[in-house]
Design a protein around this ligand. Structure first.
Ligand code: ZN
Length: 152
């Protein structure tokens, strides 16, 4: 008789070697299956700049998936990260640092800042660490993009 509680098959971590088909559209579940990731990981990837088609249901282009993983591998220094999204534990979605009320305070490490955003739905604080170049980019983008304020 074999032990019933044999260790579960170890998951291989080959995500970056996997290629999506350029001209194919992937659903949430397709992406999760393709890279053998959890739903949380997918949420993190989106927060980290993975582009998607804002449809119901959400769709991902194969070319965007490949580009995202390519970017992760070569992450250029100083380049602002996507849309500056922050994971929010209040509403379980992500918010952009380019909208709403944010505050930026120095982190513990020199050159690192903590950007803190108040969730418009739950009032929870969502934090993300950014470098000084990113702080500048955020401030610049917020100035040029006044958001949803009504205009005449
Ligand atoms: Zn929120």
């Amino acid at each position: 008789m074999t032990a019933a509680n044999a260790p579960r098959k170890k998951r291989r971590n080959l995500q970056s070697d996997r290629k999506a088909r350029l001209h194919q559209l992937y659903s949430n579940d397709d992406v999760i299956k393709l890279y053998e990731i959890s739903r949380n990981t997918l949420t993190n990837w989106i927060a980290d700049g993975l582009a998607f088609i804002d449809a119901e249901p959400r769709l991902f282009r194969g070319s965007d998936l490949n580009a995202f993983h390519g970017r992760r591998r070569v992450k250029a220094t100083g380049e602002p990260l996507g849309l500056f999204l922050v994971n929010c534990f209040g509403c379980k979605r992500s918010h952009s640092l380019l909208e709403g009320e944010i505050s930026i305070s120095p982190g513990r490490t020199e050159g690192v800042f903590r950007a803190s955003l108040t969730c418009p739905d739950t009032g929870a604080r969502a934090n993300r660490y950014v470098c000084s170049e990113e702080v500048e980019a955020i401030q610049r983008l917020r100035e040029t993009n006044p958001g949803r304020e009504t205009r005449d």
